[in-house]
Write a protein that binds this ligand. Structure first.
Ligand code: ASP
Length: 348
C-alpha cells in the first residue's frame, strides 16, 4: 500500500484501489490513433500524483495496486481479492471511502458483485465505494481518466447529506449506483453510465440522489465472497436463429453448474436450444433466462414457462450480471444448506 498523503485525521482518508483498464492505458500513437492502446500500463500511484494538487487538503489518499489488467481478462480470483480488499477497507475506521479504477468492459459485473457482497455493509457504515474508469487512454490529448478519478474521489469523500453510503460509479461527470452500470456503447465517453427507471443518473454535484436507492437496497443481506477457487462454473449461452443444442450437451458433460441464457427480445429462446436447456435443468444445472437486448426486464410469466421448466427469470439483470448473481446464489445455497439457489437468486 503506498501512501500519497497522510497528514490528516484518520477518517478523512480515501483508499484508491487500482485494477487497470483504459484509465491506466497508453497508446503508442496517442495523437493519431488514441483508440489503439494497451490497457493497464500506468500505476495508480502515478495517476494520483497527477491530480494531487487538485485534491482538497483535508482528503488524504492511500493507494493500492491490486491488478493492472485489461478488464476483459478479469478473473474470479481477482474479484475475490477486490471484494475482500473493499470489505477490509470499509471495516477500517481510517478510511472514509474507497475509489476503484477499473476497465469499463467488465465494470458492470464488478459493480453488481460489490453491491451483492458488501452493498449493505457500505450502506450501514455510511461509506461510499466508487468505481470509475475511462474511455480514452491516459496519454490521449483529451483523456477523460484524471477528471473521472478526481470526481470519484470527491464523491467518495463528500458528506452523505445527499445520498447514502453504498456502491456507486462515477464517469463523464455523472454518478449512478454501480449495480446499474451497463456499458452500451463501444466508444462514447460515458458509455457505462446508463439511466434506467430504477436508477436516475445524476450530475456529480447536485443533490440528485437523495435516498433514491436506500430503501430498495435495505432488504438485501450481503452474500458471501467466494474463495478464489470456489466460484461455481456458470456460462452464458446466446440464443439466436439457427441455434444448436450441442453446446449445452458439451457443457453438461463437462460439469457446468449454471447456464445463463442471453435470450432474444423478452427472453425468448430458440426451440432447439430450449429443449436441451430443459434437459440440462432436469440434470441439476441451474438455468436462468435473461435478454440479450441490453435493456428492459424478462419476466417469469412470458414468454416461456420458467417455473414448469425449473428455470428462473433474470428480471432486469443483463446476461453478465445474471451470471455473477447466479454464481453467488449457487455458492450461498451450498453454504447455507437451508435454502435453494432459486430463493436466494430471487432476492437479488
Ligand atoms: N478494454 C478496457 C478495459 O476494460 C476498456 C476500458 O477500460 O474502457 O480494461
Amino acid at each position: 500500500m503506498s501512501q500519497i498523503q497522510n497528514h490528516l485525521e484518520s477518517s478523512s482518508h480515501i483508499l484508491v484501489l487500482g485494477m487497470g483498464g483504459t484509465i491506466a492505458g497508453l497508446a503508442s500513437n496517442p495523437d493519431s490513433k488514441p483508440l489503439q492502446y494497451d490497457a493497464g500500463q500506468v500505476e495508480i500511484s502515478t495517476l494520483l500524483a497527477q491530480i494531487q494538487s487538485a485534491i482538497p487538503g483535508e482528503i488524504g489518499l492511500v493507494s493500492e495496486q491490486l491488478a493492472n489488467i485489461n478488464s476483459c481478462n478479469m478473473s474470479e480470483p481477482l474479484l475475490t481479492l477486490l471484494g475482500r480488499a473493499v470489505k477490509d477497507a470499509l471495516d477500517n475506521s481510517r478510511f472514509k471511502g474507497i475509489v476503484i479504477t477499473h476497465g469499463t468492459d467488465t465494470i458492470e459485473e464488478t459493480g453488481l458483485f460489490l453491491q451483492l457482497v458488501c452493498g449493505r455493509f457500505a450502506q450501514n457504515l455510511g461509506k461510499r465505494v466508487v468505481l470509475t474508469g475511462a474511455m480514452l487512454p491516459a496519454n490521449a490529448s483529451n483523456a477523460d481518466g484524471l477528471k473521472n478519478l478526481l470526481d470519484a474521489i470527491h464523491w467518495a469523500a463528500s458528506p452523505l447529506d445527499n445520498s447514502p453510503g453504498g456502491i456507486y460509479a462515477v464517469m463523464g461527470g455523472r454518478v449512478c449506483m454501480a449495480m446499474d452500470l451497463a456499458k452500451r456503447h463501444t466508444t462514447a465517453l460515458n458509455a457505462p453510465i446508463q439511466s434506467s427507471p430504477s436508477s436516475p443518473v445524476g450530475l456529480i454535484n447536485p443533490s440528485w440522489l437523495s435516498g433514491v436507492k436506500a430503501a430498495e437496497i435495505a432488504w438485501h443481506e450481503d452474500l458471501s465472497i467466494p474463495d478464489g477457487d470456489a466460484w461455481p462454473w456458470v456460462e452464458i449461452l446466446t440464443s439466436h436463429g439457427g441455434a444448436k443444442g450441442e453446446l449445452v450437451d458439451a457443457l453438461v458433460a463437462q460439469g457446468v453448474e449454471g447456464i445463463v441464457i442471453a435470450g432474444t427480445g423478452q427472453g425468448s429462446v430458440n426451440q432447439v436450444l430450449a429443449e436441451r436447456l430443459v434437459w440440462a435443468a432436469q440434470m441439476g444445472v441451474a438455468v436462468v433466462r435473461s435478454s440479450r437486448t441490453g435493456a428492459g426486464a424478462v419476466f417469469s410469466e412470458i414468454p416461456e414457462p420458467d417455473t414448469a421448466w425449473n428455470w428462473l427469470s433474470a428480471r432486469d439483470l443483463s446476461p453478465p450480471k445474471a451470471r455473477i448473481a447466479l454464481q453467488l446464489a449457487l455458492l450461498e445455497a451450498n453454504s447455507r444448506k437451508t435454502e435453494d439457489w432459486q430463493s436466494i437468486f430471487a432476492t437479488i
